[in-house]
Design a protein around this ligand. Structure first.
Ligand code: SAM
Ligand code: SF4
Length: 347
């Protein structure tokens, strides 16, 4: 009997020269912020009046494809499109479609995205048809008023309809929620039961001090050690080895049977096993989410149609990948740890 193998499951050839940083970490995961723009203005991410990049500074979708493909040729096995809101970039589906060829060739294990869900109703089926199988949807509350207060401009109903559409299209969904002191801290059990009740994992994220948001970070910061302690009073949380290639550490919630992840950049450093780098929509490569050092890949990309200059620039950048970040939120550090907003480098 012949075996049916999915076109998205084939293993590809090993890269000629894998990307290995000075600490021996192989870079296999690229996150790409395809736009810095967004249809929401989440209070922990953006200020209400953001100055966005002029459109002329952006890489074209073809250039983004070329850059991503150069990384895939060097051993990147997982690509995540993010932003800003990736699904508000005009023509984004042509990029998703063209990157899908690396799934079919076996060079890429996964093409995925992080989205606020507002456009999912429109795009869920197309994402699936281009080879996307899992997505992360950011959702911090199920209360419409709180949702509006957190996102400033968002509509909960639209996001929930997007989640339904994604599930109906066959996409596996992970919900990401940022833990916000006094805002959604009481609601985490409700989010957990909702997500697990629909077969979705939930990951809770600590607020990171990125970008000036015209609000005090201390007002927002809720250590996940406290969230976990509260959950422990209600649920049995069992540590499990499950990994998705990202920084989350997972537990199984015995009562729901679902997985709960914690991303704790402040209370617990996640740098040692970091295998990722981040590319912005202008072609700047950040080797660490929590450091300012960056490399310009746009100039070498545009200087030549061949990739040799680009490859040299990528090697040079990876040789500068730092050991880790040093985020801190306390009363002595009232400024953001980094002036750059999360929407520039993506979450
Ligand atoms: N717009 C998309 C979304 O919201 O999913 C993708 C980009 S957004 C910057 C990616 C993730 O970063 C979201 O889950 C968001 O909640 C998270 N995020 C944004 N600012 C953050 C901050 N200061 N600290 C922690 N997480 C943050
Ligand atoms: Fe937009 Fe995502 Fe930032 Fe919210 S977290 S403002 S949805 S980029």
């Amino acid at each position: 009997m012949s075996e049916i193998v999915s076109t998205f499951d084939r293993a590809g050839p090993a890269p000629a020269r894998p990307l290995v940083d000075p600490f021996g970490r192989t870079i296999a995961y690229l996150r790409v912020s395809v736009t810095d723009r967004c249809d929401f203005r989440c209070v922990y991410c953006m200020s209400e009046h953001m100055a966005f990049l002029p459109k002329t500074d952006l890489l074209t979708l073809e250039e983004l494809d070329r850059l991503c493909s150069a990384f895939v040729a060097r051993g990147v096995r997982k690509l995540r499109l993010t932003g800003g809101e990736p699904l508000v970039r005009r023509g984004i589906m042509t990029l998703v479609e063209s990157l899908g060829r690396h799934l079919r060739s076996g060079a890429l294990d996964e093409l995925t995205l992080t989205t606020n869900g507002s456009q999912l109703e429109k795009y869920a089926r197309e994402l699936f048809s281009h080879g996307v199988r899992r997505i992360n949807v950011s959702l911090d509350t199920l209360n419409p008023d709180k949702f509006r207060a957190i996102t400033r401009w968002g509509e909960l109903d639209k996001v929930l309809a997007g989640v339904d559409a994604a599930a109906a299209a066959g996409l596996k969904i992970k919900i990401n929620a940022v833990a916000l002191k006094g805002v959604n801290e009481d609601e985490i059990p409700a989010l957990l039961e909702w997500a697990h009740g629909r077969g979705m994992d939930l990951t809770i994220i600590e607020v990171m001090p990125l970008g000036d948001i015209s609000q005090d970070r201390l007002d927002q910061y809720l250590p996940l050690s406290m969230v976990r302690a509260h959950l422990n009073e209600r649920y049995s949380l069992e540590d499990i080895d499950y990994r998705t290639g990202g920084p989350a550490r997972y537990v199984r919630v015995k009562e729901t049977g679902g997985r709960l992840g914690f991303i704790t950049p402040l209370t617990h450093n996640f740098c040692e096993s970091c295998n990722r780098v981040r590319l912005t929509c202008t072609g700047t490569l950040y080797m660490c989410l929590g450091q300012e050092d960056a490399a310009d890949l746009r100039a070498p990309l545009r200087a030549s149609e061949a990739n040799s200059l680009l490859d040299v620039a990528i090697d040079e950048a990876i040789s500068r990948k730092p050991k880790g970040h040093d985020f801190i939120i306390d009363r002595r550090h009232q400024r953001p740890a980094l002036p750059r907003h999360m929407s520039v480098t993506g979450g």
